[in-house]
Design a protein around this ligand. Structure first.
Ligand code: SAH
Ligand code: SF4
Length: 361
């Protein structure tokens, strides 16, 4: 059992349905009432115990005295000019803050959530890395971000909108932080997000992006976790990668690729490799061929992300024509599928690697 579901006061977002059922039993409340409690939390998405009017009086009394709904209040909300992206700065109970992004692609909503305040991995081109590490998020704080986006979607949906347009379809752990550095809380949050009676996210609708924490990838493989795995590669040689991603010194490229192979063999799943295209650094035809040679024959898909600007890094984004040429080499010479990500939310600092907050303490 995850320890955060035993803390006082109890953050209801920290608990799986089974854990809550168990708690109801301890309170002498019929476990069957967990269904209504879960419905209030994840279907109606109420933000306080006071709104849970139809629960038995005994359960309400225990919830009022011992529990909270761990809603994270928005400190700031910013919309991108193209109307597809909205960024939320959410307040945590210790005064720190995290950023969460709501994105809409072809009518479907994706929540991009943070797993930590800051990040300890120090990738040179990433604003979160540039701010350093403050702390891990709890499972409840990760779940609360998705509920925040879900509530925003529900409120914004026009009356009569299709059910699909009224819910969060995808979750990507690509906000602030390194999810495999906060493994237990992230997996516990995923268990809660996947619950069929709640937010009901499908396994292939949750993407976890890692900088390449080798022990975490091997643990995912051993546990057979149902999710989509993305690995931030950015370079195809150890020396080039270590210059961009300092933790490559701890988990070298050959060990990372071995772990990726183990993961694919154990799970049968394809891995998505992220590549931030930086002009002159990792975007030449020679670089494309090096990626092709590294990933050719593997169950791989490459996500090309033109570099987003951050205050602490001087690199420039690859021009579109060069990005297309890079992609062409991957497909033409190596039969390696890839996607060139559209740049969205750059004007509000909501693009990949742009999330950063100044946090007190
Ligand atoms: N820590 C995880 C997930 C968060 S970052 C990881 O690193 O994978 C999400 C993605 O954004 C990663 O692929 C990361 O390398 C990429 N990224 C970071 N900074 C970026 C930037 N300035 N421009 C484009 N992509 C960036
Ligand atoms: Fe951390 Fe990912 Fe940013 Fe690297 S890219 S500093 S791992 S959040």
């Amino acid at each position: 059992m995850n320890s955060t579901c035993t803390m006082a006061p109890l953050n209801l977002y920290d608990c799986t349905r089974d854990q809550l059922r168990h708690r109801l039993g301890q309170w002498g409340v019929k476990p069957v009432h967990v269904a209504s409690l879960w419905n209030y939390l994840y279907v109606q998405q109420v933000s306080s115990v006071d709104e849970m009017r139809d629960l038995p009086a005994k359960l309400q009394a225990h919830l009022r005295a011992e529990a909270t709904v761990g809603v994270l209040p928005p400190v700031m909300t910013t919309d991108s000019t193209d109307g597809f992206t909205r960024k939320f700065l959410l307040g945590l109970t210790d005064g720190r803050r995290v950023e969460t992004v709501k994105m809409r692609f072809t009518g479907r909503v994706t929540a991009c959530v943070s797993s930590q305040v800051g990040c300890a991995m120090g990738c040179v081109f990433c604003a979160t890395g540039q701010m350093g590490f403050a702390r891990h998020l709890t499972a409840g704080e990760i779940v609360a971000q998705v509920v925040h986006v879900a509530r925003a979607v529900m409120l914004a949906a026009p009356a009569g909108a299709r059910a699909e347009a009224r819910r969060v379809r995808n979750v990507v752990l690509m906000g602030m932080g390194e999810p495999l550095h906060n493994y237990d809380a992230v997996m516990h949050a995923i268990d809660i997000l996947r619950d069929n009676a709640g937010l009901a996210l499908g396994a292939d609708r949750i993407t976890l992006s890692t900088v390449g924490v080798v022990p975490g990838i091997l643990r995912l493989a051993a546990e057979g976790r149902a999710l989509r795995l993305a690995v931030s590669l950015h370079a195809a040689t150890q020396a080039e990668r270590a210059a961009l991603v300092p933790v490559a010194r701890k988990w070298p490229l050959d060990e990372l690729m071995a772990a990726c192979r183990t993961y694919s063999e154990a799970t049968g799943r394809r891995i998505f490799y992220e590549w931030a295209l930086i002009a002159g650094e990792n975007d030449t035809p020679a670089h494309a061929r090096a990626v092709g040679a590294l990933l050719g024959g593997m169950n791989a898909h490459v996500n090309l992300i033109p570099l987003n600007p951050t205050a602490g890094y001087g690199g420039a984004s690859t021009p579109l024509a060069a990005a297309r040429a890079f992609q062409h080499i991957l497909s033409g010479e190596f039969h390696l599928p890839s996607t060139l990500r559209q740049r969205r939310g750059i004007d509000i600092g909501a693009g990949c690697g742009q999330l950063a907050v100044s946090s007190p303490g």
